[in-house]
Design a protein around this ligand. Sequence first.
Ligand code: CMX
Length: 435
Amino acid sequence: MSKLKQKLAEKIPSYRERVTKLMKEYGDVVVDQVHIRQFYGGMRGLKCLTTDISYLDPNEGIRFRGYTIPEVLEKLPKPKGAEMPYVEGHFFLLLTGEIPTQEDIQDVVDEFKARNRVPHYVYDLLREMPRDTHPMTMFSAAILAMQRESVFVKRYNEGLSKMDYWDPYYEDALNLLAKLPEIAAYIYRMKYKADTPIASNPELDFGANFAHMMGIDHPYDEVARLYFILHSDHESGNVSAHTTHLVASALSDPYYALSAGMNGLAGPLHGLANQEVLRWIQHVMDKMGGKLPSKEELKKFVWDTLNSGQVIPGYGHAVLRKTDPRYTAQREFALKHLPDDEIFQLVSMLYEVVPPILMEHGKAKNPWPNVDAHSGVIQWHYGVREYDFYTVMFGVGRAIGVLSNIVWDRAVGQAIERPKSLTTDMLEKVAGIKK
Ligand code: CMX
């Protein structure tokens, strides 16, 4: 058994005890109330999910296993000479709650290496799809196609105790994660780089190997590590995490669950917003004949978008009420590595211009930028200008968090999700409306 799996096996019993105690002795304690607006308002703010892997504070932003983003970037071990930590180490942290040693990381690196061979039928499937298929559709289809490999399904069919569900879930999660960078890079090179895939280099870490397979030199390996870590998890109520959790709660295996989560990530209000930001910026640049707009001109573009009933992509958030620290981490990277990039200057100008306009507009509860407002410009700078690919990279990162979550879901015996719905008549009655 790998050290990672062993660590998990050691940790699970005490968590089970804590959950059993909460359920048995405190199961009737009231945590929150539900309001009518939440029935129609996307359950916003309703406290009814649990995860120990990350927590999102509205003002502070995300903490991964209790660590802020700057802490994660500082504390996690890095490949020799690298600026950004090992993605493998971040996965170890999310799964176990502990900062890994170099030895722990080597164990995860070896685990991934042993599982990274992508079945040939995945390439056949991708090649059969029309080339103008959205890369998120290709990515999700590739994940779903591999469902026949599920260890969970095999062991479940053999007769598996509920106490052991987490074990084959772990196997499926690792088998999947090890293959995602190669699948993503293959889609990119097949679709946009004249069908010239680059073979994986097993000597490289997760981030560096992705950069190598994309065909982009240093410091893109640092971008890849930063990007996958930042996008990994955002507690469990966002669409991609919640969908993955919901589908897995039916004991659908991790392949079904992750593919479903990716389909949710592909929505423009969620992960697709990073592509929308670059599309919006390109529209501005086109209208300006390729030159940067002045602040006054930019304000007009923002107002025109709002007045035509559209959202400003990359701004606002369902939980956050301050600038997203994932935005700040990327901004710091850009200030160091691409301060003179024209598009970065435009993104910086938007940071000055958009929040006061959204405040004046008076609708968005959070006028500040989220992760997606910044991720595209860094990709653009390093030559990934096919912006409909950006969400795929978000997906590779998000898989690290959501797969860790569903392994723990099975470990603590989370039940099949099944909330209760009411009719409009019933809600009117509860509200005291007489008809
Ligand atoms: N531009 C214009 N209007 C916005 C806005 C924005 N960036 N953000 C919110 N609003 C509007 C909403 O559309 C809503 O309008 P209606 O009352 O007409 O429906 C109103 O402000 C209130 O919304 P909210 O409570 O502030 O935000 P929600 O929790 O409903 O939605 C989010 C959150 C992210 C979907 C929304 O802010 C948005 O659409 N932002 C732009 C898209 C985006 O960047 N998404 C990525 C989020 C991060 C991620 O998941 O990847």
